[in-house]
Design a protein around this ligand. Structure first.
Ligand SMILES: [Zn+2]
Length: 69
């Protein structure tokens, strides 16, 4: 879990994600009204999935002072 030290946000952040592995991919083309909703999702198909993520900024106040809680 991450938390913004400036505004207290724990919900949405800006960062990068890298993922690599075999997956089952599902698409949902009916879901275009809300830009924030999921339009696709995937499930890992084996346990060799590799992913890493890096949180760089708070989405709301743009602060870079993010801590792990
Ligand atoms: Zn913030």
């Amino acid at each position: 879990m991450y938390k913004c030290l400036k505004c207290g946000n724990t919900y949405k952040f800006i960062g990068t994600v890298k993922e690599k592995g075999n997956a089952f991919i599902y698409q949902n083309s009916d879901n275009k009204k809300d830009m924030d909703s999921l339009t696709w999702a995937f499930l890992t198909s084996d346990n060799r999935w590799k992913s890493s993520h890096n949180v760089s900024r708070c989405f709301y106040c743009k602060s870079t002072k993010i801590v792990q809680i």
